[in-house]
Design a binder for this molecule. Structure first.
Ligand SMILES: Cc1cc2nc3c(=O)[nH]c(=O)nc-3n(C[C@H](O)[C@H](O)[C@H](O)COP(=O)(O)O)c2cc1C
Length: 217
């Protein structure tokens, strides 16, 4: 089947894009308003796009009534937010944070999430998340009814058991993030496998990539 996206209504574009571009990692975004109100919401239009500078990107849509989500409003005003990665242990609490509560509801509190302070920004983070990234807004790209936020990661908190003893590589037995598929369907990263480029093709590489070298542990 063919779909002309220049003609397709937005709701159909959303359905097809989110049904086929996945699994999408989930950022549970925690913020604090200038008045001190804590907030959290999950976002799956999310990923990392660079390491120098270290940039994560999140796509926020407006609510159906056109109003801006609390997360977007907080980020605009404070230019700070924290991305908490989500595993199975946090799944049920993450989905509670996705309820469109009024601005005076602290979703972290409602979901029973324990928080800890961030170190470089004024926002709460989820204490038992496998990984939390403190971010400062690098830029916001506005479209009608949506905003794409580029955030620079300034601090990363990683739970000790999610790293090897040297603190360098992820421990895949412990860090198994969940991700969003189509509609209300999710997947957990518990079937990981290694895939390497054939050694015989090394001579054909036009440039050497340091990431291709396995560092001694
Ligand atoms: C798994 C999941 C992923 C979501 N991803 C997004 C997203 O990428 N962008 C967005 O605008 N809303 C997304 N939502 C919806 C928001 O989480 C929801 O509207 C939330 O209530 C916003 O809360 P806030 O007003 O406190 O910011 C997602 C919801 C869930 C459950």
């Amino acid at each position: 089947m063919q779909f002309d996206f220049t003609e397709l209504p937005p709701a159909d574009r959303y359905r097809l894009l989110t049904n086929f571009v996945g699994p999408r990692p989930i950022a549970l975004v925690s913020t604090r308003s200038p008045e001190g109100q804590n907030n959290a919401a999950p976002m799956s239009f999310f990923n990392v796009f660079a390491h120098e500078p270290p940039i994560v990107i999140i796509g926020f849509s407006a609510r159906p009534d056109g109003s801006e989500k609390d997360t977007t409003a907080n980020i605009r005003r404070t230019e700070q937010f924290c991305v908490n990665m989500v595993d199975m242990a946090l799944a049920d609490q993450m989905i509670l944070c996705g309820v469109n509560f009024a601005a005076d509801v602290d979703e972290l509190d409602f979901a029973g999430l324990t928080t800890a302070p961030c170190t470089q920004i004024d926002a709460p983070r989820v204490a038992n998340t496998p990984c939390a990234m403190e971010c400062r807004v690098e830029r916001i790209i506005d479209y009608p009814g949506r905003a794409i936020v580029l955030g620079e990661v300034v601090q990363m908190h990683i739970r000790d058991d999610c790293l090897d003893p040297a603190g360098r590589y992820v421990n895949p037995a412990m860090y198994q993030p969940i991700a969003r598929l189509h509609a209300d369907n999710y997947i957990v990263s518990d079937r990981q496998f290694e895939l390497k480029k054939p050694v015989g093709l090394a001579a054909r590489e036009v440039a050497w990539n340091p990431r291709d070298t396995v560092e001694p542990r």
